[in-house]
Design a protein around this ligand. Structure first.
Ligand code: ATP
Ligand code: MG
Ligand code: MG
Length: 389
């Protein structure tokens, strides 16, 4: 077993689930996060006790250097990190960084990411760079039509960097809402479903994909993830997996990547965006696959053999527990409902404060059939405000 110590930039729920997987493999983990009780810092691989976590931001060059001094391999649970620091560490030390700083550099700017994917001839909707001026956005509307999705190139998550322009009169509001950030525009994709594929890439470039999942979003936030994807088109799953694998092959460095895609009426698949890390749409792999995305991420970055990505249950769903208010009471109510249902696993992230719209935990349900899955899911949806559908 590798004796390497892993440093993780970011200590939220993804870092927490990576740490939990690390503790099973007895891999030492050190977390960099500004919260001294960040979710990931509450889960400590037992042998890491002598290595104190670092309090600071994953965007702070000095703090990244401090983390780097303690570990052998650096990885991240978020792409909005300071890439310059990673590049310096890459050129001046023997530390392994996964995925590579050049991958993070491409992916963390969504426009640069789209250009990269387009250069590699991967299927994408049309997009254009724009300046944050009415004239420039109007010219994008003229070329790409309405509605138009105006997006922040950087620091986007949970749709908080997107503005759907439905009428040209909204252009000034769209620009002021997205603020001073660099922008680009995407042609509206009239998708019928959103799907995703997690792909794990070894340091030598081998890729393995997980089953295709259907992701259901509510107000831009992932709400439900169903696996496997059900479709009348027998070619769809293999096509989507191939596109996701081909996309991940274009990047360097090891680890898990989340590939978000749109499915159109004609069953065409377009890539929406790629995350260079474990992803919300892969939480289900903990209970439903032979190797979780978190364990496979660790195996990949530590040059251990990758594990099987196969489903080990016929049907599964993941329900995000999104904060309803500053109180955890709604979430606790759903937790109690879940604890009485067979095949459910509750994950609460230990975040210091509950807030409306914040991801506070999730529940995974596994079942012997889609019918049993629906039966098990129904009371959970009914118990949770605003999530009935
Ligand atoms: P994440 O939390 O997944 O990182 P994000 O802030 O990066 O989200 P996107 O994934 O770009 O945002 O978009 C959020 C959602 O907005 C998508 O899941 C999809 O529902 C919708 N969306 C994004 N781009 C388009 C588009 N071009 N056409 C139609 N809908 C879109
Ligand atoms: Mg994103
Ligand atoms: Mg997204």
């Amino acid at each position: 077993m590798a004796e390497k110590v892993v440093g993780i930039l970011g200590g939220g729920q993804l870092g927490r689930m990576l740490s939990a997987a690390a503790s099973l493999l007895n891999v030492k983990v050190v977390i960099l996060d500004s919260g001294d009780h960040a979710p990931a810092k509450q889960v400590v691989a037992p042998t890491a006790a002598h290595l104190a976590h670092v309090d600071g931001s994953f965007a702070d060059a000095e703090k990244i250097q401090e983390l780097a001094k303690k570990v052998d391999v650096l990885t991240m649970e978020i792409e909005h990190v300071d890439v310059e620091s990673l590049r310096q560490i890459e050129s001046s030390t023997n530390l392994e960084i996964h995925p590579s700083p050049s991958t993070i550099h491409i992916i963390q700017d969504k426009y640069r990411q789209k250009e990269h994917l387009s250069t590699h001839k991967l299927p994408l909707g049309d997009f254009l760079g724009v300046e944050p001026t009415v004239a420039s956005v109007q010219s994008a509307v003229d070329k790409l039509g309405l509605p138009l999705m105006l997006k922040s190139r950087t620091l986007a998550y949970d749709g908080r960097g997107n503005f759907a322009i439905r009428d040209a009169s909204q252009i000034p509001e769209a620009i002021s809402t997205l603020g001073e950030r660099p922008l680009y525009a995407e042609k509206w994709v009239p998708f019928t479903k959103e799907i995703a594929v997690m792909v794990v890439r070894s340091a030598s470039g081998e890729v393995l994909s997980y089953p295709v999942v259907e992701t259901v979003h509510k107000e831009n936030v992932c709400h439900l993830v169903f696996a496997p994807l059900r479709s009348r088109d027998p070619t769809l799953s293999d096509r989507a997996r191939k596109i996701a694998e081909d996309a991940v092959k274009t990047f360097s460095g090891a680890g898990v990547f989340g590939v978000e895609m749109f499915l159109t009426e004609n069953n065409d698949v377009y890539i929406n965006e790629i995350a260079p890390r474990p992803h919300n749409s892969g939480h289900y792999t903990i209970e439903a696959c032979e190797t979780s995305q978190y364990e496979n991420h660790l195996r990949a970055i530590l040059s251990l053999p990758l594990g099987s990505t196969a489903l080990k249950v016929p049907s599964t769903v993941m329900l995000n527990l999104i904060g309803h208010s500053s109180s955890m009471s709604e979430i606790e109510k759903t937790r109690d409902v879940a604890l009485a249902i067979g095949g459910t696993s509750v994950h609460l992230y230990g975040k210091a404060e509950c807030r409306k719209g914040r991801k506070m935990g999730h529940i995974t349900v596994v079942a012997e059939s889609d019918t049993q899955l629906r039966e098990r899911l129904r009371p959970l949806l009914l118990s949770f405000p605003d999530t009935t559908q």
